[in-house]
Design a protein around this ligand. Structure first.
Ligand code: 5U1
Length: 677
């Protein structure tokens, strides 16, 4: 091996390109980031010492070019097309019928389709000449775009030179540049911290970033590229199907979508659509539909184009996740801990597949940030099962009679005084158990599945019990005579007996469930499980000093303070005592000995939807066995527990050959190790 500086620089570049490809294109890094950084630093040092060794495609040259004065225009050799849309299964059937009509005798018995998610990003074209990235351009109007080479060079998943060989002399690749959700959230959090204006959504963030004239700013933003087709090609041939082209692009170092699949027939397209729709929220990026392309290029050629879209492709859109509507009023809801939350009452609007007439506005800070007034036209977002959000307002649609949102000066439910604690965003009702809203919310929480799990005690019954003052605290539930239950609306003999049996059953509980059920501020399922595991008994927990509480995983000063306040409260102690007198009991939790932590030193990941356990319960059980629970999969992950709907984490685990088990196997493992749930 030659040891000249030139040979070393070449070796470093090859190594860095490989690591970059593994990390950004395959999602399967083989070395830690520190090793990449070390090699990059060595290359920088060499290039500083021997400037003649710097090449335009060196990994050191991604960042640092000077800002542009303006964007140059680029003519696309082959126009960048758009896609026809489909909005339901019938549109897809019609699409296939049109294909068959046009193909006539050339139509195969079953048409193969290449399917992949439609990313909600910015369409771009990359031009490689002799394998080197020469130009990046936006789609623009399809014929003329803007030269954004300086910016695309900073995106790590875009290779500055292609890998391997066999690529055409001129290869134009097309795809979408987007900002993954996590990067978007992190970027916005930082922008808010710095008092800068956050972006409305990841698409705007990607568009705004690509329109930066200064590539040093672009380099700081987490953009990615996913390629989906080729444009202009010279001096070389490509495979004869869309799917094989994608495989080839990936081999040449370009990122393609790992969800891409080939399916047979339009019914299978529908199944793929349903599958991805169910998975949509667990993907790392926003998608707004699925693109279906006739896989065979010879058929594509026969089908040709209509105006600006190919006949051989279609985008089936998901129901829109953002829509506009009018803010009719703002009302205030009081939660379990007294927090008063403003709720937007909206002119009903169909968004994310359902009709929405309410959306949360969080708190006064959020209202100020949005600069929202009653009467405004607002943008509502509903993604998956997440509570609808007001994303922004449309300033130029503000009516003359718009009025500001006024916060209540007393509790809207019980008229008790309210306060906004120091450093807190939420206004809080100080009524405690006097406040009907807090009582109802506390009861709903207490009976919920992950708490005392009292099946059949729903919101309507709770409302009646509180409104008639028959139940003041959660302990009263265990003392109500049968005829009170029987006297409630919609309660017959049978339903009363069933409910009383459920209440009786709930008395035999576990310490984590009991702690969680009490609804102590900031104490969720995971913290409750950690507390139970750490202290083992209610007595040890409730007598622990704040400094001892702080030793528990997940417990910081705020939570420790809430816990101590709860344990020191005479009212809270009365309720706990009444519950125990009523017969609520649990076994102490044994603190695991070394033998009882068989997963010590291992890192586990839980992904997808688990049926029997909540994800945090699963996490708590793993911790009890000594495992560390991580949020992402890497080569160091020992095992992944995957439920239905598991997406990129499962795929990554499979790529990295990490053991994957389903929920049944996980439950068996817990049982084997004597973990009680
Ligand atoms: N995933 C994907 N998005 N997308 C957008 N494929 C795809 N294909 C497109 C467009 C505009 O156009 C084809 C006609 C190449």
């Amino acid at each position: 091996m030659s040891n000249t500086p030139s040979a070393e620089a070449a070796r470093l570049r090859t190594q860095l390109e490989l690591y970059n490809y593994e990390y950004h294109v395959l999602d399967a890094p083989t070395v830690p980031d520190s090793e990449y950084d070390r090699l990059l630093q060595r290359l920088r040092t060499l290039e500083a010492e021997f400037p003649e060794l710097v090449t335009p495609d060196s990994p050191t040259q991604r960042v640092g070019s000077e800002p542009l004065a303006q964007f140059a225009q680029v003519q696309h050799e082959i126009p960048m097309l758009s896609l026809d849309n489909a909005f339901n299964a019938q549109d897809m059937v019609d699409f296939e019928r049109r294909l068959r009509d046009r193909l006539g005798a050339h139509a195969p018995a079953t048409i193969e389709y290449a399917c992949e998610p439609k990313l909600d990003g910015i369409a771009v074209s990359l031009l490689y000449r002799d394998g080197k990235l020469e130009r990046g351009a936006t789609r623009g109007d399809g014929r003329t775009g803007e030269d954004i080479t300086h910016n695309v060079r900073t995106i790590p998943s875009i290779p500055l030179r292609l890998r391997g060989d066999g690529y055409p002399g001129v290869l134009e690749v097309r795809g979408e540049i987007y900002m993954p959700r996590a990067g978007f959230e992190a970027f916005n959090a930082r922008a808010r911290e710095l008092g800068e204006k956050p972006f409305v959504n990841p698409r705007n963030a990607a568009a705004g970033t690509l329109r930066q004239l200064d590539p040093r700013l672009t380099a700081q933003r987490p953009l990615q590229m996913c390629c989906y087709s080729v444009g202009h090609v010279e001096g070389g041939a490509l495979p004869e199907t869309q799917s094989a082209i994608l495989d080839r692009l990936q081999q040449w170092g370009l990122r393609t979508n790992p969800e891409s699949e080939v399916v047979n027939g339009i019914e299978a397209c529908d199944q793929y659509f349903q599958r991805l729709e169910a998975k949509r929220d667990s993907l790392a990026y926003d998608i707004d539909g699925i693109v279906f392309k006739v896989n065979a290029l010879d058929l594509q050629e026969r089908l040709g184009f209509v105006s600006r879209a190919p006949r051989w492709a279609i985008a089936r859109k998901f129901p829109a996740q953002e829509e506009m509507t009018r803010l009719l009023d703002v009302e205030f809801q009081v939660g379990r801990t007294g927090a008063i939350t403003p709720v937007a009452r909206l002119e009903p609007v169909f968004v994310g597949g359902v009709t929405v007439s309410n959306a949360t506005l969080h708190n006064a800070d959020e209202i100020e940030r949005l600069d929202v007034m009653i009467g405004d036209t607002v943008v509502i977002r509903r993604a998956g099962d997440v509570i609808p959000q007001v994303v922004s307002i449309v300033p130029d649609r503000r009516p003359d009679d718009a009025r500001p949102v006024e916060f209540p000066t007393v509790c809207p439910v019980c008229d008790s005084p309210v306060e906004r604690g120091e450093g807190e965003a939420a206004l809080r009702c100080l009524g405690g158990l006097v406040c009907g809203a807090q009582r109802k919310a506390a009861l709903r929480h207490f009976v919920s599945r992950k708490a005392m799990d009292i099946d059949g005690l729903g919101e309507k019954l709770i409302d009646q019990l509180v409104d008639t003052d028959q139940v003041k605290t959660v302990a009263d539930l265990y003392a109500l005579p049968r005829d009170v239950w029987l006297g409630l609306e919609r309660m017959g003999e049978k339903s009363t007996d069933k409910l009383l049996a459920a209440i009786e059953r709930s008395k035999a509980t576990t310490l984590p469930r009991f702690i969680y059920a009490l609804g102590i501020r900031e104490v969720g399922e995971t913290t409750a499980a950690s507390l139970a595991l750490h202290f083992g008994s209610w007595e040890a927990l409730s007598s622990a000093a704040e400094s001892v509480l702080l030793e528990v995983e997940d417990v910081g000063p705020v939570v420790a303070d809430h816990l101590r306040q709860f344990f020191d409260s005479p009212d809270a102690n009365t309720v706990v005592a009444a519950l125990r007198t009523a017969g609520v009991h649990w076994p102490d939790v044994e603190r695991p000995s070394e033998d009882a932590t068989p997963l010590a030193g291992q890192t586990w990941v839980v992904t997808g939807k688990l049926e029997a356990l909540g994800r945090s319960e699963a996490g708590a059980a793993l911790k009890q066995l000594g495992a560390k629970v991580a949020g992402s999969v890497s080569a160091k992950t020992h095992c992944v527990v995957a439920g239905p709907g598991a997406g990129s984490k499962l795929k990554k685990a499979q790529e990295l050959d990490v053991t994957v088990i389903d929920e049944a196997a996980f439950l068996a493992l817990l049982q084997e190790h004597g973990v009680s749930l």
